[in-house]
Design a protein around this ligand. Structure first.
Ligand code: PRP
Length: 210
């Protein structure tokens, strides 16, 4: 039986609907259980319910063979995982955002620029690539406040509908990456449990195409 890490929270509902469509319906509704492991009705997989940010570590260490993980979380974790499939849901963009007047001043800010983010590793890497020295403040949510109230010049965050930025007077200044839910796979499991993992990937691939 394959163990699949499933994120609680933001992508959980979509992940459950997608896995059900692919023939791996959980044996009980995930939103209504406090259990941390739940088997699928078909008996071929067991779901491990984890905080999204922890999923890459569980998969990298082999506690889970694979998992459904947002590309944003994978980028931040930098874990050594295989990523064979874009599952096509939970689409969003990783962006640099800030107050509109910063658009004109991007290269003229006093150094180092201040950046607030739930994704400090991605933020550091992005500004380093541009050759812009930065100080990154790691926040865990409501990151927009950082830019609105002056903690930071910029935020690096995900944008889905754009509503949160708009309602707080912020704009997208740069695009970093397109993000969506991915199937991430432990390296050893990919080789040691080839048949099982390939069968799962094929079935999920069909569901993506439907
Ligand atoms: C994310 C992100 C933005 C918001 C963007 O936060 O950090 O705040 O969603 O979505 P939108 O473009 O559709 O408005 P999330 O909902 O995950 O909550 P958090 O701020 O508590 O992390």
């Amino acid at each position: 039986m394959l163990r699949i890490a499933l994120p609680t929270g933001r992508v959980a509902m979509q992940a459950e609907a997608f896995l059900t469509k692919a023939g791996y319906a959980p044996s009980e509704p995930l939103s209504q259980t406090r259990k941390l492991t739940v088997r699928s009705e078909c008996g071929r997989v067991e779901y491990l319910l984890v905080k999204p940010v922890d999923a890459p570590l569980y998969i990298e260490q082999g506690v889970a063979d694979c998992g459904v993980v947002g590309k944003d979380v994978l980028m931040e974790a930098g874990a050594d995982l295989l990523e064979p499939l874009d599952l096509g849901f939970s689409r969003c963009r990783m962006v640099v955002a800030g107050r509109p007047e910063l658009e004109r001043r991007m290269d003229n800010l006093l150094s180092p620029v201040r950046v607030a983010s739930k994704f400090p590793r991605v933020a550091q890497h992005h500004f380093a690539k541009k050759g812009v020295p930065c100080t990154v403040f790691k926040l865990s949510g409501s990151v927009e406040i950082g830019a609105v109230l002056g903690l930071s010049h910029y935020i690096v965050d995900i944008v889905e509908t754009g509503t949160t930025l708009r309602e707080n007077g912020l704009v997208v200044l740069e695009e970093i990456a397109d993000c969506s839910a991915r199937l991430a796979v432990n390296r050893a499991a990919w080789y040691a449990r080839l048949e099982e993992v390939r069968a799962l990937v094929e079935q999920l691939r069909t569901a993506v195409g439907d």
